[in-house]
Design a protein around this ligand. Structure first.
Ligand code: MIC
Ligand code: SF4
Length: 642
C-alpha cells in the first residue's frame, strides 16, 4: 500500500511504537525551534535534564514575541536564552532578525526532515515539505536532549487544489476556505496534506501561509509535497543542497478527501471571535474599520508585503484607520528597502513596526474600545488583541491593504489589473543576526535575571483524589483564556507565581484566589479544551494553583500533552451529557484513580455533592500513564534515567 507524505517522513524517523493510525509512535527529531515566550521554560527544563549539548542536527532559539521590553524582564529573559543557547549548542536568532517561523522557513527548514517547536505555528515549515509540529516546551527540551517525540499517529486528510487563484485572491483565502469546511476542531488527530495540480501555482511562502494557519484546524500538522517550486525557493535562499523531492504515492490512502477549485475562491474573512467564523468579504463590505494590522508568521513574506505595496502605492491610509505593518524577517524588510517598495508603504502612512510578532500577540497596537480591527494574522480569539470588546477580522494582505485605504471592509477583487510578481532568483541572504553556539561550552556563563523563577513540578499520583470543582467552562476554551498573553503579562513568562494571578482572567477573575484557598481542585471543560497556542504555561500555572485534573468533553492535542507533562490528569466524559450534572463547587471523588490509570481502565468518579456516579476515560497511552503516575514528565524522565 502506498504512503502519504507524512507516513513517509514518520516511517523514516520512527524509533518506537508503530505506524498505525491512532496508536503511539516515537519519532526522531532533526530540528527544534523555540521562541522567547516559551523558550525560557524550555531551556530551564533542558538544563534540568542535565544534558550538556543538544543532540539535534539543528536547534534554534528565536527572540520575536517579547520585544516591547517595558521593564527589565524581557531583556533579562533574552540574555538568559542567549547565554543558555550559546552554552548548549543552540543557534540564537537575535531580536531584529524576524519571526521564528518565517526565519526558520527561509534559513533552516528542509523537506523530509522533522521539526518540533515550542510554538503552535511550527507547521509553517510544512510548506517546504517538513513534518513540523508545535509542542510544549518540555517536549522540545527532551528532543534537544536527544529524546524522541511521541505522537499519536494521525489520520490523513487530502486537500486537492485545482486551477489557479484569481487576481487579488491569495493563499490566506485558501486556508480560510479550508477552515470554513473543517472548523477549529476538524483537524484534531489528523495531518492535512495538499496535492493536485493547483499546488504548482503556489510558491513556498504561499504554501507556508496555508500550513501555518492549519494550526487553527487543531491538526497535528499540515504538509505540502517537495517539488520544483520547493527547489526554486531553496535555490533562491542559496540552499539547493537541502532539496529532496518528496510526494505521496499515487495509491496512498487518505481518510478524508476534499477538492478545492482555486479559480472559484473569493476573498474571505474570519469574523469575530473564531478563525472558523468565515464569510466572503463581499458579505462584510462597508463595515467601518478603525485599524488594520499586516504581518505575523502567517502573512509577512516578501510577496505579502509586495502586494500590500502594490495597493498602497500612491494612496493614503484612510484618516479613520491606523495601519501597521510588521515584516516577517530582516530578509523581507531588507529586500523591500532595497527595491524601494518599503518607501511606498511609508509614503502611504503605514506605521512600520519591527520584524516581530508585535500586535499578533497583543504586544502593542490594541484597538480602541469596541474597535474593528482587520488583521492578516491567524487568531482572533476574544481579548487577544488586548482590547476585550474589539472585533477582530482575519483577512489576506490584499483585503487588509485595500480596506485600509477605503476605511471600511472592501473587496480587493474590485482593484484593477494586478501587477505581476516573480519570485526573486536570489533572496538577500545575510545570517549575521544568527549567533552560532560556542565551541567550548565550559567557558560560557548562563545569566539568569531575578524574574526567572523555578517552574512547579508535580507530585506522584496518589491512590485517590477528592477535591472541589474550581471552574466550569464552555466549549472551545483557548489557551488565551487559560493563560492570556499581551503586553502586561507576557514579560512574566518565566515567573509562574506572578502569572498565576491572571489565569482564566477573561472567564472568571476570581479563579486564581479560589484555587489558592482550596489548595487543590478540578476544572470541568467542554469540547476542544485548550485549543490554540502551545504555551505550557496553560498547564504549569494550573499545576501551581493546585489543579489535579481537567475533566472535559474533548481536548486539543498540544494542550493535552502539556497537561500530562505537568502531571495534571486530562480526563474525558464517556457520556458527554454528564458534563451537565456537575456544577461549580461540587465535590468530586476519584476514589481509585491510581489503579485505574495503571490498568488503563475506565475511571469511576463520584460527585459526592449530588450523590451521582460518572464514568470517565483517560485515553492515555502507556508512556503517558507512566508520566502521570510519576507526577509529570520531569519526574518520569529522572526516574527512567535513574
Ligand atoms: C501564539 O500565537 O499564541 C503564540 C504566542 O505564538 C503561542 C506561543 C506562546 O504562547 O508563547 C503559540 O502559538 O504557540
Ligand atoms: Fe508570533 Fe503571532 Fe505567529 Fe504566534 S501567531 S508566532 S504570536 S506571529
Amino acid at each position: 500500500m502506498g504512503k502519504t507524505i507524512a507516513e513517509k517522513i514518520i516511517s523514516s524517523h520512527i524509533v518506537g511504537g508503530t505506524l498505525v493510525k491512532g496508536e503511539s509512535a516515537a519519532i526522531r527529531i532533526d530540528q527544534t525551534l523555540t521562541q522567547d515566550a516559551t523558550g525560557t521554560m524550555a531551556y530551564l527544563q533542558f538544563e534540568a535534564l542535565g544534558v550538556p549539548r543538544v543532540k539535534t542536527e539543528r536547534s534554534v532559539a528565536y527572540i520575536d514575541h517579547n520585544t516591547l521590553q517595558s521593564g527589565f524582564m524581557n531583556a533579562d529573559d533574552h540574555r538568559y536564552i542567549q547565554t543558555v543557547a550559546k552554552k548548549h549548542g543552540v543557534y540564537f536568532s537575535r531580536p531584529g532578525n524576524g519571526i521564528c517561523h518565517q526565519v526558520h522557513l527561509e534559513r533552516f527548514s528542509r523537506p523530509g526532515a522533522t521539526l518540533i517547536g515550542s510554538d503552535s505555528h511550527t507547521p509553517t515549515a510544512g510548506g517546504i515539505g517538513m513534518f513540523a509540529c508545535g509542542a510544549g516546551g518540555f517536549d522540545v527540551a527532551v528532543a534537544m536532549a536527544g529524546g524522541a517525540y511521541h505522537i499519536t499517529v494521525p489520520k490523513s486528510v487530502r486537500i486537492n487544489l485545482t486551477g489557479k487563484l484569481r487576481e487579488w485572491v491569495s493563499a490566506k483565502d485558501i486556508i480560510l476556505k479550508v477552515l470554513s469546511i473543517l472548523t477549529v476542531k476538524g483537524g484534531v488527530g489528523k495531518v492535512i496534506e495538499y496535492g493536485g495540480d493547483g499546488i504548482m501555482t503556489l510558491s513556498v511562502p504561499e504554501r507556508a501561509t496555508i500550513t501555518n494557519m492549519g494550526a487553527e484546524l487543531g491538526a497535528t500538522t499540515s504538509i505540502f509535497p517537495s517539488d520544483s517550486r520547493t527547489l526554486e525557493f531553496l535555490a533562491a535562499q542559496g540552499r539547493e543542497d537541502d532539496y529532496i523531492p518528496l510526494s505521496a504515492d499515487t495509491d496512498a490512502v487518505y481518510d478524508e478527501i476534499y477538492d478545492i477549485d482555486l479559480s472559484q475562491l473569493v476573498p474571505m474573512a474570519a469574523c469575530p471571535h473564531s478563525p472558523d467564523s468565515v464569510k466572503p468579504v463581499s458579505e462584510l463590505k462597508g463595515i467601518k474599520i478603525n485599524q488594520v494590522c499586516i504581518g505575523s508568521c502567517t502573512n509577512a513574506s516578501l510577496l505579502d508585503l509586495t502586494r500590500t505595496a502594490d495597493i498602497l502605492k500612491g494612496n493614503t491610509v484612510h484618516p479613520d484607520v491606523s495601519l501597521s505593518i510588521s515584516p516577517g524577517s530582516k530578509q523581507v524588510v531588507g529586500m523591500m528597502a532595497d527595491s524601494g517598495r518599503l518607501g511606498e508603504l511609508i509614503e502611504s502612512g503605514a506605521r512600520i513596526l519591527e520584524n516581530a510578532c508585535g500586535p499578533c500577540i497583543g504586544m502593542g497596537l490594541s484597538p480602541n474600545s469596541a474597535g474593528v480591527s482587520l488583521r492578516t494574522f491567524n487568531r482572533n480569539f476574544i481579548g487577544r488583541s488586548g482590547t476585550a470588546d474589539a472585533e477582530v477580522y482575519l483577512v489576506s494582505p490584499e483585503t487588509a491593504a485595500y480596506s485600509a485605504i477605503m476605511g471600511s471592509i472592501s473587496d480587493p477583487t474590485e482593484l484593477g489589473k494586478m501587477p505581476s510578481f516573480t519570485m526573486p532568483q536570489r533572496f538577500k541572504v545575510n545570517d549575521n543576526m544568527i549567533v552560532p553556539p560556542a565551541g567550548q561550552s565550559e567557558d560560557v556563563e548562563v545569566i539568569k535575571g531575578p524574574n526567572i523563577k523555578p517552574f512547579p513540578t508535580g507530585q506522584p499520583l496518589p491512590q485517590s483524589i477528592t477535591a472541589d470543582v474550581l471552574l466550569k467552562t464552555g466549549d472551545n476554551i483557548t489557551t488565551d483564556h487559560i493563560m492570556p498573553a499581551g503586553s502586561k503579562i507576557l514579560p512574566y513568562r518565566s515567573n509562574i507565581p506572578h502569572l498565576s494571578q491572571y489565569c482564566f482572567e477573561v472567564c472568571d477573575a476570581a479563579f486564581p484566589q479560589r484555587a489558592k484557598d482550596a489548595g487543590k481542585g478540578f476544572i470541568i471543560g467542554g469540547v476542544n479544551y485548550g485549543q490554540g497556542s502551545s504555551r505550557e504555561h496553560a498547564a504549569l500555572v494550573p499545576l501551581y494553583l493546585g489543579v489535579k485534573a481537567v475533566i472535559a468533553k474533548s481536548f486539543a492535542r498540544i494542550h493535552a500533552a502539556n497537561l500530562v507533562n505537568a502531571g495534571i490528569l486530562p480526563l474525558t466524559f464517556v457520556n458527554p451529557d454528564d458534563y451537565n450534572n456537575i456544577e461549580l463547587g461540587d465535590q468530586l471523588e476519584l476514589g481509585n484513580i491510581l489503579s485505574e490509570i495503571k490498568n488503563g481502565s475506565e475511571i469511576t468518579m463520584r460527585n459526592t455533592t449530588k450523590n451521582t456516579c460518572i464514568t470517565l476515560t483517560s485515553s492515555l497511552g502507556e508512556r503517558d500513564r507512566e508520566i502521570i503516575i510519576a507526577g509529570g514528565a520531569l519526574n518520569y524522565i529522572r526516574e527512567t534515567l535513574g
